[in-house]
Design a protein around this ligand. Structure first.
Ligand code: B12
Length: 444
């Protein structure tokens, strides 16, 4: 039984654009359980290998797998649809990923001749059962030869205990991810589910209530880091990719205790401003533990927009927390977004001003500041997507915004599917470009 898992391409055609890349850990978890069940599995990373539809078809014709699994995102919905509909071989296709819970009805309409399994939720325990035809749960929908399976907290296949979910990194073939500092870096995920309600994010708590928030134990994370170093002694940095690793006082203390054990290594992680409100005194300890950079979603400098997107924390708290982090010598990569529904040039000015204020602070202290700026685009399964649809507005299909591609290395982020703000298109592009240009280009 052979199964190929495709990390689906962002671009329809082969592109040799040099872009940042992070490994598809979700597919890695699935490949690990498939391999353990005796299934011959291979991850083909179309993002890393820059494969377009034609190259994927050539590969499938050559390898003729019995099963082809692939993830789908709002951004590459049309491309994945084309791959599935025009698939040149007889196989069983399996589609999964965060967006599926909101688009499975559309996928059921696809014109497909192959068998199609559509999976809502976390797939690593369900997939071996599906492939080995031993699945104990019935599909929640069934149209012709297409079936929809759902893994939520009530499913037998839901990973309740993250410590028991293994990741064989060899299957990810992640040989060289060199980070912004020139260090060889490995990425890890320490939690699943989210406690925040960001209105632009598909992982928001309010819209995923059938999934519980789960954390790995610190010992389990420590063991994974030891495995990573054992497999590759050149790893100089760990990047924590989930939002909840640093969430409160206790988790900050735990992170310090954990990384103090790896004194030759630095680490980087995501955090929210609220993580540090009331915990500023712990930031120097984070620095001592090897924390080199924090990734923080600042998003908007307008209080009105922040309320609309459920982004907690007042502007003054943003400044206070970010200043304390920079003063401690930890760098910050701050994410900003322009073009939220109903956003005006006044709101956008406030965001640009906030990014400029942070840059002004950074130049006077040890920590460095990089900005990473996006045009808002509505993703399936988010509050803002639902609101736009409820307002009767049409969500346009995704296309590249070439005006933004004058900055190198960011074209994978420069997609848009309509402008829902009160700001003219060209003015919006200007805000994005000038806020991006506040710092050096923010890559990995
Ligand atoms: C960390 C992260 C990333 C990381 C790593 C992803 C990873 N896990 O490997 C990086 C930075 C690489 C990333 C990239 C992108 N991401 Co991202 N990411 C996240 C984040 C914050 C956490 C996801 C996570 O790691 N969960 C834990 C892991 C184990 O779960 P997972 O990856 O989802 O995989 C599980 C299930 O989804 C499912 N599954 C996944 N794939 C498949 C495939 C099959 C066949 C099956 C059956 C099941 C299945 O089983 C997996 C194992 O349990 C979420 C937001 C959130 N809080 O959930 C956004 C999120 C998933 N990302 C999102 C997006 C849009 C992207 C990008 C397209 C961004 C871009 N470039 O513009 C790219 C996709 C590129 C690609 N093809 O890889 C959106 C998706 C929304 C949507 N409707 O499409 C989310 C929801 C954030 C948001 N803004 O709303 N992302």
């Amino acid at each position: 039984m052979k199964c190929i898992l495709l990390n689906s391409p962002i671009y329809r055609e082969r592109s040799d654009i040099k872009e940042d890349y992070l490994p598809p850990l979700g597919l890695g978890y699935i490949a690990t359980t498939l391999e353990e069940s005796g299934i011959d599995v291979d991850i083909v990373d179309c993002v890393k290998e820059h494969l377009g539809i034609n190259e994927i078809f050539e590969l499938l014709e050559k390898q003729t797998p019995d099963f082809v699994g692939m993830n789908i995102f709002t951004q590459n919905f049309e491309t994945v649809k084309e791959i599935v509909e025009r698939c040149p071989i007889k196989t069983t296709v399996i589609i999964g990923g965060q967006a599926v819970k909101c688009i499975y009805n559309e996928i059921l309409q696809w014109n497909v001749s192959n068998e199609l399994e559509i999976v809502i939720g976390e797939g690593e325990f369900l997939l071996p059962a599906l492939i080995n035809k031993s699945c104990s749960e019935l599909p929640i929908a069934n149209v012709e030869q297409k079936r929809v399976y759902k893994v939520n907290k009530d499913s037998f296949y839901f990973p309740n205990d993250l410590d028991s979910v293994l990741l064989n990194r060899k299957l990810l073939k992640e040989n060289k991810i060199i980070n912004h500092y020139g260090q060889k870096e490995a990425a890890i995920i320490t939690s699943r589910g989210c406690m925040y309600n960001c209105a632009f994010c598909g992982g928001a708590h309010n819209l995923n209530k059938d999934v519980t928030i789960r954390y790995r134990s610190i010992l389990n994370i420590e063991n994974e880091i030891r495995e990573i170093i054992k497999a590759d002694a050149d790893i100089g940095s760990i990047r924590v990719l989930d939002d909840l690793f640093l969430r409160d006082k206790e988790s900050i203390n735990n992170a310090c205790l954990l990384f103090e054990k790896f004194n030759k290594m630095s680490w980087r992680g995501m955090a929210h401003v609220l993580t540090f409100v009331g915990n500023l005194e712990l930031i120097p300890k984070l620095k001592e533990s090897g924390c080199r950079e924090l990734f923080i979603g600042i998003e908007s400098g307008s209080e009105h927009i922040r309320r609309k997107i459920n982004k907690p924390g007042k502007i003054e708290q943003v400044i206070e927390v970010i200043s304390a982090i920079l003063v401690s010598g930890i760098d910050i990569k701050g994410y900003f977004m322009f073009g939220f529904p109903s956003e005006t040039t006044e709101d956008a000015d406030k965001t640009f001003l906030l990014a400029s204020r942070i840059k002004d602070i950074a130049v006077k202290v040890d920590g460095n500041f990089r900005s990473s700026v996006f045009q808002f685009r509505p993703y399936h399964g988010t509050q803002l997507y639902n609101e736009i649809v409820q307002n009767g507005q049409e969500i346009l299909s995704i296309k590249s915004n070439e005006n933004l591609n004058i900055i190198n290395g960011r074209s994978q982020f420069n997609f848009q599917s309509g402008n829902y703000s009160e700001i003219d298109d060209a003015v919006l592009d200007d805000y994005i470009l000038k806020t991006q240009n506040i710092s050096e280009v923010a890559n990995v």
